[in-house]
Design a protein around this ligand. Structure first.
Ligand code: COI
Length: 364
């Protein structure tokens, strides 16, 4: 279907960040955003591109009280020839569908997601950064804004897409890869079986902030969550999935518990490692097995993967106040190769023989 969303251009364009190497993560937002409404009986309607500005919301809107919302995270990249492309947006649409189902939010067709993304990027194409390590972060989100205190799914929703030129979440000051310190959280939990761990909802992150605060007190960037039942098995990192290289095997937590976010970068890492003939296993991995591997000298690397985080090596795990050094605190070869390959495919400098890139038909 061909969508022709109306556009209201801003009369106050913002100055764009001068130094693309110092963007940080989502500190700047572009001039426009996409908005669409949903009403029971009407479905999704009135998609439009409007200036990015504060929105009005009735204080009794259900999302502000009961958190019926979801979000996605994707990125647009500019290739050397100026084409703007996305990375595996079909996977975002698939995850969005599963989150919406979990949160009783009406299904949003993939073609609307993609048409909305294209329509807003078209207006803000000059904001797509091209400095090494950067991308245009795309944040689609939906919230219920029915005025109601009944604990029931809303009858009215808003869908927005906002954009931010950014570097990666845990990037070093120079924008490159640096190994981070991560706090192993054994008190609080992120997700339990039957909960919303696999869905991309704000509550998963809001509930994790208390733990992140503790992590920062001991100079860690984020937390590594353990399972809710035994506080024993590694699950994921605050913003991303986690991979552990022990001997020749790379291990990541399996999705079948329903407590792990099915990351698109996670899936891409698995696919690339398989293609390279590296043994990659989705299995339960206890923190004790990691400590034992470190003692035996077989713990080679740990890294995080995510849309925001891209590939972020972990140089140290803080476990019950003790530091466990990984690869002497340095960026490991697997993480570096994955980063170079993935970011290369995303930005069109490495041939995409996986069929992952999605040109938007827009040129900068
Ligand atoms: C992403 O990687 O896109 C995310 O949504 C993680 C976010 C919590 C920073």
């Amino acid at each position: 279907m061909n969508y022709n969303f109306p556009v209201t251009r801003t009369t106050h364009p913002k100055p764009r960040p001068e130094d693309e190497t110092k963007l940080g993560f989502c500190k700047f937002f572009t001039d426009h955003m996409f908005v669409m409404d949903y009403d029971e009986g009407m479905g999704w309607h009135d998609g439009r591109v409007v200036p990015h500005e504060p929105i009005l919301i009735e204080p009794a809107s259900c999302v502000l009280h009961y958190a019926q919302m979801m979000f996605e995270g994707m990125k647009a990249y500019v290739t050397p020839s100026g084409e703007i492309q996305l990375f595996r947006p079909d996977m975002n649409a698939k995850r969005m569908a599963s989150t919406n189902e979990r949160m009783c939010i009406p299904e949003l067709p993939e073609e609307i997601l993609l048409a909305g993304v294209k329509a807003v990027i078209k207006e803000d194409i000059d904001w797509v950064p091209s400095a090494p390590g950067t991308a245009l972060y795309i944040r689609p989100f939906i919230f219920g804004d029915e005025v109601s205190f009944s604990v029931l799914p809303a009858k009215h929703y808003r869908f927005l897409i906002i954009l931010s030129p950014c570097g990666s979440y845990y990037a070093a000051n120079d924008g490159g890869l640096s190994a981070t310190r991560i706090y192993v959280q054994d008190k609080y939990i992120r997700a339990a079986k039957g909960g919303t761990g696999y869905a991309k909802v704000g509550g998963n992150y809001g509930g994790g902030m208390r733990a992140s605060k503790d992590a920062m007190k001991v100079d860690c960037k984020d937390v590594l969550w353990l399972d809710a039942e035994e506080h024993k098995y590694v699950e994921e990192i605050g913003t991303s999935n986690a991979f552990f290289k022990i001997g020749d095997e790379v291990i990541t937590a399996p999705l079948d518990s329903g407590t792990i976010l099915p990351g698109i970068t996670r899936n891409s890492v698995i696919e690339l490692l398989k293609k390279w003939g590296v043994k990659i296993t989705e299995r339960k991995l206890s923190i004790d097995e990691i400590i034992e591997a470190q003692n035996k000298g077989t713990l080679k690397e740990i890294f995080a993967s995510g849309t925001a985080a891209v590939i972020s090596p972990i140089g140290c795990l803080n476990i019950k106040g003790k530091d466990l050094l990984v690869n002497d605190g340095n960026v490991g070869p697997t993480a570096q190769k994955l980063y170079d390959t993935l970011y290369g495919i995303q930005t069109g400098t490495v041939k995409d023989d996986m069929g992952w890139t999605y040109p938007l038909g827009l040129k900068k």
